[in-house]
Ligand binder design. Structure first.
Ligand code: TSB
Ligand code: ZN
Length: 583
């Protein structure tokens, strides 16, 4: 989808359209006061103080109509400039604009305002020449929005819209929005009974329903096998820790705003953990290690809690209670490159299995000039960064570098993906860490008998099961591959009276290995077949007289109208092959 903010012309057009919206609102509600109306990736919005008035569905067409009227009138959009004191005088009755002006630097900023007909707004611009140019726009949605995003402030009314040069471009864009909504994992997750939410449990705390639990379990089994084969050792640790644990790790000082508040039990003060690293450091520290034992790879499917802003939580993609596919790899400095390479190869392997193609690798490095922001060991950083680069280059991986984006404790590699709706998110991550092993006083005995400090790689291939499932639902539009689908095979008898027994015996044969249902409801065949497809069941078997007589199976694949008839043995083989190939 086009990023309107990044397109110079569209950005100007949409910005002007935000003013047109404000002007129309002012005509309809003369008491309206305006905060800001920026251009965003998807178009524009304006935050408006309408007193007690709350925008409803019915208001939108009226505002649009007024916008059209003003546009048709075709007034020029005129820019004027003034000094800060003049601006303060001009907007003296508008507390919102005063707030903006007061924060402007008198010397550096030219304060400008734009006038179109009877409407004037403080604005940096630029704008199109005339409101005449604003012909093809649409108001998309509206919501409440706290002034300055702060829940302690007044709730303003935010109206979103978008504007294009032509009706065709606008319609194409609106169609894309519709498509994205249909692909949104929140919709698919509801339609397919993957997860639910409930106010009594809380914001950002999804409940995985039986269908979702099947998908998650399959993902767990899948990645567990991969990690076992690569020498990972899996553990279970509590999803709380004491405040002291997180003081030792440094999270208490540097990550506190992302954590739930602590709670007291007897003499101990606990927090819900936001990360599992401290627990895994203790697991490593439970033994004495020789240089020969390294790398040691501690893995866990670990539940974490993070305070995410209530406006940011989103379906399974951004939650407050999540389960990481986490591991901490304890390596000698000379093993960093090799171990990092194995992680990258695992990421590629997994993405290949899931057919994931649209993603970007981002290598976050330190800003050498910024001595404050980064752990102070230049030699370590230089070596590590060049090793990571070298691995990526050797593997022929396309990546971009983000200088100054590394964590305090080391460089990292993230995989970025684009959800159906909203900005990019990180899926997989691999983060080098020089610091945490020091904080926990971890060591191994080197060849010469000396005590050395290991380096840690934090890595999560799926990221979290939550986010990965969200992503997968959107990538596949809910058409999960056979091995992951909650119901894999749905068997429909043409006539219950004559064919149900055969269906049940077929189910009996299949259910040791597959998730199978028989749809024995007294409904029309066509109705049941449609429902099988709405439920996104990969294989629908239809059993009529011919199949019973010839002891065969007729099946249709999701999305196809073609029926294939085969022997039972061939059918079993077909299923087996598809599961194996992960197709
Ligand atoms: C990899 N300590 C490391 C770990 O060892 C860590 O926690 N890294 S993280 O903070 O980047 O989180 C790991 C992954 O969790 C991210 O890459 C992202 O995919 C996922 N994630 C982070 N926050 C959320 C959230 N609020 N909801 C769902 N998934 C999330
Ligand atoms: Zn970690």
């Amino acid at each position: 989808m086009i990023n309107i903010k990044e397109d110079e012309h569209l950005s100007k057009l949409n910005h002007s359209c935000a003013h047109l919206l404000a002007q129309a609102v002012k005509h309809l509600y003369p008491e309206a006061k305006f905060w800001v109306g920026p251009v965003i990736e998807e178009g524009f919005y304006y935050d408006i103080d309408l007193g007690d008035k709350v925008i409803t569905e019915e208001d939108i067409p009226l505002i649009e109509k007024e916008m059209k009227k003003i546009a048709k009138d075709g007034k020029r959009i005129i820019r004027r400039e003034l000094s800060k004191s003049e601006a303060l005088e001009m907007f003296k009755d508008d507390p919102y604009k005063l707030d903006l002006i007061e924060r402007m630097d008198e010397k550096e900023t030219v304060i400008s305002y734009y006038t179109q007909g009877d409407f004037t707004d403080l604005c940096r611009g630029p704008h199109v020449e005339s409101v005449k140019e604003l012909k093809h726009f649409k108001l998309l949605k509206f919501s409440g929005a706290y002034w300055k995003g702060d829940a302690k402030n007044k709730m303003l009314q935010r109206i979103y819209g978008v504007c294009f040069d032509t009706e065709e471009a606008l319609n194409n864009y609106l169609q894309e929005i519709e498509d994205a909504k249909a692909r949104d994992h929140r919709k698919i997750g509801k339609d397919l009974d993957i997860f639910m939410a409930h106010d009594l449990v809380g914001k950002g705390m999804p409940l995985w329903l039986p269908n979702g639990a099947i998908v998650r379990k399959e993902l767990e089994n899948y990645i567990y096998k991969k990690e076992q084969a690569l020498g990972y050792q899996h553990v279970y640790t509590p999803c709380v820790g004491t405040v002291d644990l997180y003081k030792t790790s440094g999270h208490w000082d540097h990550y506190k705003e992302n954590m739930f508040p602590s709670m007291k039990v007897d003499e101990e003060e606990f927090v819900l953990r936001p990360m599992n690293c401290p627990h895994h450091m203790l697991v490593y520290g439970n033994d004495i290690h020789s240089y020969r034992d390294l790398p040691i790879r501690i893995g866990e499917f670990a539940t974490d809690f993070r305070y995410e802003a209530s406006g940011a939580v989103k379906g399974l993609e951004r939650v407050r209670c999540m389960c990481q596919n986490d591991a901490h790899l304890f390596v000698r400095p000379d093993q960093i490159g090799e171990e990092f390479q194995k992680v990258v190869e695992l990421i590629l392997d997994v993405y290949h299995d899931f057919g994931i193609k649209n993603y970007k690798f981002r290598l976050s490095l330190r800003d050498k000039e910024d001595k404050e922001k980064y752990f102070d060991d230049d030699k370590m950083w230089d070596e590590a960064e060049s090793k990571l680069r070298q691995v990526l280059n050797d593997l022929g991986i396309d990546y971009y570098e983000a200088i100054g984006e590394a964590a305090f404790y080391g460089p990292k590699l993230d995989v970025e993906v684009k959800p159906a709706v909203g900005p990019e998110v990180t899926l997989s991550t691999c983060q080098l860490d020089f610091l945490l092993p020091r904080r926990f006083d971890l060591s191994y005995i080197d060849k010469d008998g000396s005590k050395q400090i290991p380096v840690v790689l934090h890595r999560a291939i799926f990221g979290t099961f939550d986010r990965f499932t969200a992503f997968l639902l959107e990538e596949t539009k809910g058409n999960l591959p056979l091995w992951l689908a909650p119901t894999q095979i749905n068997i429909i008898p043409v006539n219950n009276e004559y064919h149900l027994d055969y269906c049940n015996s077929l189910k009996h044969l299949l259910e040791a290995h597959y998730r199978v249902t028989v749809d024995a409801r007294e409904e029309k065949l066509s109705y049941k077949m449609r429902e099988s497809s709405v439920r996104k069941i990969p294989v629908t078997v239809i059993i009529g007289q011919k199949e019973v007589d010839e002891n065969t199976v007729s099946y249709r694949l999701l999305g196809s109208n073609e029926t294939t008839t085969v022997s039972k043995e061939e059918f079993f083989q077909y299923l087996e092959d598809r599961i194996q190939s992960k197709n």
